[in-house]
Design a protein around this ligand. Structure first.
Ligand code: ATP
Length: 335
């Protein structure tokens, strides 16, 4: 069976890491066909828009996209193309695994294996109702949390736990202070948790959670939280296990899902052939999981891990002298 996916090669190091990733996917023979679509700076230059209608249509039709980092130029309509994509397709779940990898400059080269499930559509991060008083002395922001939004993200986290054999969901909140918004999230989470008696559930206030993550990250399995807390916690988790070069992410909705590397376009190293393709490759592994190909997803992850273990052709950010292409070749050899 062939599945067509939308492929967005992106800006900066985007095309380099995407080409490497597609080479690895091709070597796996997983039956994917690629429909290439532009977004970001490259789309603005070629088609005069950051997010062309044809790109949106491609994602709508294929329902799955693999996306490289994009540049959102200041003053071109959106504050962020990524945020715009999440809005357009109601991609309510941001799913970011963080796992210890060998031979990375990491505080935790072993023991961490967790997933942050971040609500992606509401809360303070959305920036609703932002205003600054005329004298520039007072800034205001609205924070909206709904029962529906909370329920579907918490349910997603528990379903993910069941599907992937994970044992515990930690609900992260600040309901002691943000009694209305975080309070509603927590109360809703408690109700949903009752339906999943097979999965352990605990609650943690966000500040304590950050400290616990730094001191004893091995206690976490799945973390579910609201948008802004999830934004911060997921980067913290990436930092625990070797940084953004190894951090993949998925944005998942009911009608579409977009898989990506968490890092940006890295303009400082673009075009030099030395970008680390691992984050996008691990994003592609998440995509294979989503496409109900868990064995292939695991095969890809194992090839990445054994290449890191062997220190074979690692890119400079990982302390090696390999290139994006030689690193991808080394991964292909281990598939
Ligand atoms: P953007 O404005 O798109 O967010 P940025 O440079 O501010 O770009 P990142 O792209 O996340 O932010 O890069 C932060 C640092 O990490 C840069 O020094 C970059 O070179 C490095 N970096 C990011 N991704 C990679 C990668 N895949 N391989 C190697 N280095 C990377």
């Amino acid at each position: 069976m062939t599945q067509t996916i939308t492929v967005i090669r992106g800006d900066g190091i985007g095309p380099e890491i995407m080409d490497a990733t597609l080479r690895v996917l091709d070597a796996m023979n997983v039956g994917l066909q690629y429909e290439f679509a532009d977004a970001g700076l490259v789309a603005l230059e070629k088609q005069g828009e950051l997010l062309p209608a044809a790109t949106l249509e491609s994602i709508r039709t294929n329902r799955i996209a693999l996306k490289s980092p994009l540049t959102t130029p200041v003053g071109e309509g959106f504050s962020s193309i990524n945020v715009e994509l999440r809005k357009r397709f109601d991609l309510y779940a941001n799913v970011r695994p963080a796992k210890s990898f060998p031979n990375t400059k990491s505080r935790f080269p072993s023991g961490v294996d967790l997933v942050t499930v971040r609500e992606n559509t509401e809360g303070a991060y959305i920036g609703e109702g932002q205003s600054l008083s005329e004298d520039g002395e007072t800034a205001v922001l609205q924070q909206k949390v709904t029962r529906r939004g909370s329920e579907r993200i918490v349910r997603y986290a528990f379903e993910l736990a069941r599907r992937t054999g994970r044992k515990k969901v930690t609900v992260v909140h600040k309901a002691n202070i943000l009694k209305s918004t975080s309070g509603l999230f927590l109360r809703t989470a408690r109700t949903v948790a009752q339906e999943y008696s097979d999965i352990e559930c605990n609650e943690m206030i966000v500040d304590n959670c950050c400290m616990q993550l730094v001191m004893r990250p091995e206690q976490f399995d799945i973390i579910v939280t609201t948008n802004l807390f999830g934004d911060i916690i997921s980067d913290l988790c990436a930092g625990l296990v070797g940084g953004l070069g190894l951090a993949p992410g998925a944005n998942i909705g009911t009608d579409a899902a977009i898989f990506e590397a968490v890092h940006g376009t890295a303009p400082d190293i673009a075009g030099q052939g030395k970008a680390n393709p691992c984050a996008l490759l691990l994003g592609a592994a998440q995509m294979l999981d989503h496409l109900a190909m868990p064995e292939q997803a695991e095969r890809l992850r194992k090839a990445v891990i054994s290449t890191l273990e062997a220190k074979d052709s690692l890119t400079p950010d990982l302390g090696g002298s390999g290139t994006t292409d030689t690193f991808a070749d080394a991964i292909i050899r281990r598939l």
